[in-house]
Design a binder for this molecule. Structure first.
Ligand SMILES: Nc1ncnc2c1ncn2[C@@H]1O[C@H](COP(=O)(O)OP(=O)(O)OP(=O)(O)O)[C@@H](O)[C@H]1O
Ligand SMILES: [Mg+2]
Length: 379
């Protein structure tokens, strides 16, 4: 029997670990079961993968089949096509001979080789090489549509970490290719999601880009404090411990409701506390979590220029607009307001901040808290 723990982090939240997001789930479900391509965006660790997995697990219809592809590891187009073909073949059938047949029928140019692990039903990899002039990429991109037609079903193809494709060598050409094939498909719905808002927005929200208006754009919001408080209090209660709503709210405050950190901090509080949580338990847990993450934060800081760090310090100390103001520039040693723009760009690129109109926010709540408490500024 699996060990029951009250909180989960570091992997998608499922079942009773999943909370809230009812409206998002409803919208995504409706989209994916009605052929509407969807693009889902949020900063890291807010819950994109969890939401998509939950929604596709709820599609209980024989005529709709989900395919889930994580392209985080794909560093090139070639690896993308490889992952794409393998996932589509593998997840649309549970029969070994069908895999081989599908590959032979629809990917005739590339004669794929299969290799099987100890459990051939779950453990296979496919390898192939192709000659670019055979236009095998198109065949691969057509795979879901061909399979859908053959099986008389609709496929929902989910592409996790799609922002990764922006790093491919000629990403524009690659995106054009995808778009040109996918836009004609009648039986496949795409759900593309990822972090790095600026990259995702560049792919999907820029008029000059191939994927402009490809689908419904959803921006995930944070799970609100009331939802978290109920969730946390219930989880403690179910496991024989008590936490007050006020203490649970402090967990949200310290983590700024960032899903992964909320669950992580709640876990630290949970294992530290006796039957009844004390305020000291919460404080110690926050410090523990900061301590645990210290190495990452230090490494991050090492990779920042002094100006970038100063900018983040200003942000951590509550400045969210008006970075070019004279007093702000002076106080946080930003040197000049001209610098501020390039610093902002660099930090966006590193995915450390988000910009929403005039407002700038710090993506990682704990890093922010750590910077704030370790700031050597005299404020
Ligand atoms: N709806 C939810 N209810 C409860 N916890 C959640 C929920 N969504 C996310 N979490 C928490 O956040 C963590 C990260 O979730 P998830 O991996 O889905 O985020 P993500 O946005 O896909 O992250 P990444 O950008 O790194 O891929 C989960 O392990 C879980 O602790
Ligand atoms: Mg994810």
């Amino acid at each position: 029997m699996a060990i029951e723990n009250p909180f989960v982090f570091g992997k998608a939240a499922e079942g009773t670990y999943f909370t809230d997001r009812k409206e998002d789930a409803k919208r995504l479900y409706a989209n994916l079961t009605h052929g509407i391509n969807t693009i889902l965006i949020s900063p890291r660790r807010w819950g994109k993968t969890s939401l998509v997995k939950k929604v596709i697990s709820e599609i209980d219809r024989p005529d709709i089949k989900p395919v889930f592809i994580d392209i985080f590891q794909c560093k090139s187009e070639y690896e993308f096509y490889h992952a794409f073909a393998t996932a589509v073949i593998k997840q649309t059938s549970s029969k070994l001979d069908e895999w081989v047949e599908t590959a032979k029928t629809f990917l005739s140019n590339i004669s794929p080789k299969f290799s099987f692990g100890s459990d051939p039903m779950n453990d296979f990899s496919m390898s192939f090489e192709w000659n670019p002039k055979d236009d095998t990429e198109t065949d691969i991109l057509q795979l879901p549509e061909k399979i859908a037609q053959k099986k008389n079903v609709n496929l929902v193809v989910c592409l996790d970490e799609f922002q990764q494709t922006a790093d491919f060598e000629d990403s524009l050409k690659f995106q054009k290719k995808l778009r040109s094939v996918w836009q004609h498909q009648q039986n496949v719905t795409y759900c593309m999601f990822g972090s790095k808002k600026h990259l995702m927005e560049n792919i999907f929200n820029d008029k000059s880009m191939p994927f402009y208006k490809f689908g419904d754009m959803m921006f995930l919001k944070k799970i609100p404090t009331e939802e978290w408080v109920t969730f946390i209090c219930n989880k403690f209660q179910e496991t024989g411990k008590t936490i007050s709503p006020k203490q649970a709210a402090r967990i949200c405050e310290a983590t700024e409701n960032l899903s992964s950190y909320v669950q992580h901090l709640a876990w630290v509080v949970w294992y530290k506390a006796d039957k009844t949580v004390t305020d000291t338990d919460v404080t110690t847990a926050i410090n523990d979590l900061l301590e645990q993450n210290k190495v990452f934060f230090q490494r991050e800081v090492e990779q920042l220029s002094e100006l970038q760090l100063n900018f983040l310090r200003a942000l951590a100390n509550g400045v969210t607009t008006g970075f070019s103001r004279k007093d702000v520039v002076r106080k946080y040693r930003l040197e000049s307001s001209a610098n501020v723009q390039s610093v902002k760009k660099a930090l966006l690129k590193k995915d450390l901040i988000d910009v929403d109109g005039q407002e700038i926010s710090f993506n990682d709540a704990l890093f922010k808290l750590w910077l704030k408490t370790n700031s050597h500024f005299i404020l």
